[in-house]
Design a protein around this ligand. Sequence first.
Ligand code: CDP
Length: 228
Amino acid sequence: MKPLTIAIDGHSSTGKSTLAKQLAKALGYVYVDSGAMYRAVALNALRNGWVSKEDGVQASKINAHLETLVIDFELDQMGTNTTLLNGEVVEEEIRSMRVSNVVSHVAKLVPVRRHLVSLQQAMGENGGVVMDGRDIGTVVFPNAELKIFMTASDEVRASRRKAELDAKGQVHFIEDVLENLMSRDKADMERVDSPLIAAEDALTLDNSSMTREEQFHRVLGWVAALQK
Ligand code: CDP
């Protein structure tokens, strides 16, 4: 049977990567976290002083250095997906609020999107891939066999993200976490190039009151229906 391409898009902190990892493991597929790639570009820009929450982006600097960045994924000893930027493990740093506060400014730059979309398309060219992000079903893999659009209530998303940050010792007020999610969603939905929008043929999954297991089994049902 031909391996599927599974595209998972949706709002910030809706559990896209949790579901994508579960599916990739169960199906023996490759998992690609496209958001980690935007976060890595944003981290590089922060380190070089090309972006800040206050002053916005220096687009020409960021765009000019795209080709010099090497963004890879590898599995660590625990089998956890880890993001590398020019060979350096940046998995934890890219998830910090410092990066979350600027990533959507970087992700709206057209050359950044073109560059990362072409890398993502190459990673998934043979199928057998689960990729999550904002434009996977609309732009990266418009022919994906299964497209899922995930959403959840604002309160649920903010408390899940706060718990994730707390667990890493990065303690923030829930109000600041919520504000970050809302402002990223707004920027992601309003940008001109490949805005966050559900593909017409996407199946919507609102997991506000679903457990991980419930949502996983529902999606496995969708996969099984495609494989019949
Ligand atoms: O984990 P979370 O849902 O908070 O976000 P993420 O998937 O790590 O993505 C971080 C940011 O990258 C998003 O808010 C978008 O601005 C951007 N992004 C994008 O523009 N396109 C994608 N395919 C993936 C992420």
